[in-house]
Write a protein that binds this ligand. Sequence first.
Ligand code: ZN
Ligand code: ZN
Ligand code: ZN
Length: 889
Amino acid sequence: MAALLAKSSGTGVPDLHGFTADDAIVVRGARVHNLRDVDVAVPRGKLVVITGVSGSGKSSLAFDTLFAEGQRQYIESLSAAARQYIDQIERPDVDLIEGLQPTIAIDQRVGGFGPRSTVATATEIYDYLRVLYARVGQVECFRCGTPIRQQSPEQIVEAIGRLGSGARGAGLGAREGAEEAAKAEGVKAMLLAPMVRGRRGKHDDVLSEIRKAGFVRVRIDGEVFDVERPGEIDPKRTHDIEAVVDRVVIRGRGAGLGARGAGKAGKAASDADSRLAESVELALKHGDGALIVAYAEKFADQDVWHDAVFSTKYACPKCGTNLAEIEPRTFSFNSPYGACPACEGLGKRRPLDASGVPIEDEDFEDCPACKGTRLRPEARAVRIGRKGIHEVGRMAVGDAAAFFAALAWSDAERPIAEPLVTEIARRRAFLEKVGVEYLTLDRAADTLSGGELQRVRLATCIGSGLVGVCYVLDEPSIGLHPRDNARLIAALRELQQQGNTVVVVEHDEAIVREADWIIDVGPGAGRHGGEIVAVGTPNDIAANTASLTGDYLGGRKKISRRSERRKVARSRAIVLEGASANNLQDVTATFPLGVLTCVTGVSGSGKSTLLVDTLAPAILRRLNGASNGGPRPAPFTSLRGVNLIEKFVLVDQAPIGRTPRSSPATYSGVWDEIRRVFAATREAKRRGYKASRFSFNTPGGRCEACAGQGRMKIEMNFLPDLFVPCNECGGRRFDRATLQVRFREKSIADVLDMPAEEAAAFFDAFESIHRVFASLVDVGLGYLPIGQPSTTLSGGEAQRVKLGTELARVEAGSTLYLLDEPTTGLHLADIDRLMNVLQRLVDRGNTVIVIEHHADVIAAADWVVELGPGGGASGGRVVFEGEGSGDRG
Ligand SMILES: [Zn+2]
Ligand SMILES: [Zn+2]
Ligand SMILES: [Zn+2]
């Protein structure tokens, strides 16, 4: 590696550091978004980190250039049906990309996983589980729980023989304690042909049929009678009636199956064998393929009778329920053969009204038919190690190891089961490697956080074993506690060492330091960025004084800290007691007011459950009243101190809007004011345009071809939806007449394209507009176009739009801000800036609580609450609560 990476004095073009298309992906003249016609080489087969401040152009290079072109080339290689869209797919604005490998993005969006995807299906674990259950599962009747076994008459004879050996064979349940007795005396047994199963009636016809067949005894509801004197049969009740075909004493396998009174072994034994075989055939004939063996076990000299049921058909020998053949698809909730018919395999549905129609405005609840398992009852009644496939699904990835390890296979099962279990174990190990062993196998993919989703995808890619692929990842460290970083790095390494190129957009210092090669994009954001500032090994970069990343790596810059922590007054605090949702173990936590608090802990330790699911909704309800206080909080016993705050603001990473029409401009509320600015121009007045003319939400001035969206969606059945610019307005979103109105030389569309930094200056004279954009600059979003569709913002960007909007508001005072992982997606330089903003909020008399893993944020906090010690069931406790020591984490 050293030889390859150190060839900067080689024969290639100097700006590519000696790399050529033979050993690198060579990009020439990339101009996507803010990239400034850059040339760069991405060494193939290496772990490459692209870093730089937010908005510098990292994602434009990694995703919008490398991945977009890789995807375009892939679609080009597909069928004609797919290629018809090729002309409409934007080719990235780049002169040339050479040496590009098939490219796969491992991103954080749910797209591609439907509502039916789970951790187990996404990783193919579920596919192997389905085959395992279909091939070696113990089938039970879903109505009465009787074990179902489709056997040949010969197998049945053999299984009956095992009754006599006392072995627990064939699911017959002969108890081990009876073994000695069985060997000594043999086991008394009756062979019964089931004639009536749980049916009402007097059944005279059945009794006469039994007589005609020449049998002399009959068992009615468990009691044996002479068939001529069956006693009184109540026609109003249900009955079980079997013909007693034969009575035998089973002396154990190998010892022969001696009929009652049989003497010596040898001929007598083989006579007994053939007699039993004949009786079994006879019972099956009259029992329509089913047979019951009633056999006695001795307990304290008493005979205790048990039934063992056998069938040559795929049907319950006891209640007669017919089963379809068990196949892998029986366990698929994506197939009508496996999906619960009530919820069609979703596991959830809306409550029904009296006439059985779903009530539209009710929340989804677990499907009552399948109890959320998504599966038909037939599928749930198949067991391995006493558990149904849905019960295995409820296990955490980490706990499933012990379950599979404890399974014992028969000689016949082993060759089928072991390869399947090995494949499951392999994939499980990948999930553990990426640090999500606390997730349950049946966890729905659409409920995972972006970081968790990405790590599940990463595990899937490692498991796929593909070679020669270029994987592109967007900040895989998001949401990971620093102590989980080592595992993530090992996983990225494994992917690379399989023979792939791994390109990671990342800020996390530990991962940046692990890279084989760093590409630093900058120097600033937006129009101040878009250049390749530095490339090289981590040591090269650390030594490079032109690189901001290098300044931090080399220790020349550090995240600034206040010289002293604030004084914490425990008496002025919000105290939450008895929080117990999910894995929280009766948690009590104190959040002092007027300080910066950091809540930390490993992934899955319960931080979000405590703060986002419990504390935040509980405070909102207390402040606003239960009727308009938003979602119901998760369970807790008491909450004190809410009277000490006036306002609560949750600054999370949820999108700021669900349609491409929402944007930072609309979310922050300045868009209406900007439209009024345009309506007040002389040109607008002359034409009679009101502010509504400048709306893309309502007809009047917007482009009607795209309904003001500026782009069109192309649905591709087998790939994520594609978006192409509207060919009517070319992405400008307004009609020509509206665009002719200008304010200070700019049209309304020009304004929407302005980065926040430029917009702040442009609207200098409008204090309320200026203040919002200046705040966006403060939180590090100066590069972000104010009309950028909210659906294209990262979670971190959405969060900072919310934070910036809050900052711009007139002081409310005594506000509590809760931020969920605000450093997500931030370069160290941006974190420095963000921390300054948060400290400023606290200095103004507010309280800030951040959920964070970042060591510098933990160090900057006045108060630290740490949950743990582990994730999932091994977490959920407060392991530290107290004043920040400055070096925790
Ligand atoms: Zn049954
Ligand atoms: Zn259901
Ligand atoms: Zn249009």
